[in-house]
Design a protein. Sequence first.
Length: 304
Amino acid sequence: MKDMLKSKFVGCLVGNAVGDALGSSFEGSWISEVKIERFSGRWTDDTHMMIGVAESLIANKGFDGSHMAQIFIKNYEREPWRGYASGPPRVFRWIRSGVAWNEAAKRLFGGAGSYGNGAAMRVAPVGVFYHDDLEQLRSVAYGQSRITHVHELGMEGAAIQAYAVALAVTADPSSELDSHAFLGRLKDFTHNEVYKRKLERVWRLLGETNKGRVARELGNGVEAYNSVPTAIYCFLRNWGSFEDSVLYAVSLGGDTDTIGAMTGAISGAHHGVEAIPERWKSGLEKGDYIEELAEKLWFVKSRK
Ligand code: R7I
Ligand code: MG
Ligand code: MG
């Protein structure tokens, strides 16, 4: 049982990176049957920031917002070419020039804060680490969002994605997944009407065969509310196979690296790392480091 939990931690972080790498060559595309001729293994900002979240949780044995912000900045400055959107780098510059880590993001988008999916695409380590403590999970999911995404919809997307990961960690992969119960718990978890309605649509669309309709009704964009429910959908309708879930996610087009990353994190947390195809694991950029991080996160958790 202990080994299964460790495998789920690793599956989640590696799954995130694999989904991101698979989707990265299709970002902005339209719906297609995805044929992966060659897996480049190169991941983008989604995984780069997920790594930052894990590094900071490990170093502090829990959440420290100021430390996590510094890690994000350090990682970004080393590799600014990873496909970051405009918001986070601006926030990083403000923090660098002396603005407090929990104030800077309030300046974005005319003071509204960002509802981009950046806080949700990196939140997976919070989901695995706090899978058995809902209150902490919600509070840390919001806390890590505040560094770059203070809009309610950006923050809520991160909390829902973290909870989906946590539900996947606690599910038994050898028995059938009850998709409706999974969705019911997510719906009870959020008090936000936009997400409640989206999760109801996920429910209604579970048997839908028309991908265009799925993408239209759930969204496949860069906004958290147009991608987090979609990733949950991709996992639920393909819960039996890691491979099917991420390929389906990428085939919906739009923000493919991000929806791929979020789907891969949930699916990897469900199945464990053994379920991720070897050809993807072996070709994954810094795969050993990501595995090592997940194992450290599991180790810190198991000593708590
Ligand atoms: O959320 P964020 O980190 O972007 C993540 C995306 C993923 O697809 C990554 O793979 C990478 O490609 O980027 O970055 P933000 O700049 O905070 O948000 C992304 C986009 O969402 C912005 O550029 C805006 O287009 C949109 N957006 C908003 N638009 C209007 N008003 C986010 N918040 C707002 C808003 O309040
Ligand atoms: Mg990206
Ligand atoms: Mg993206």
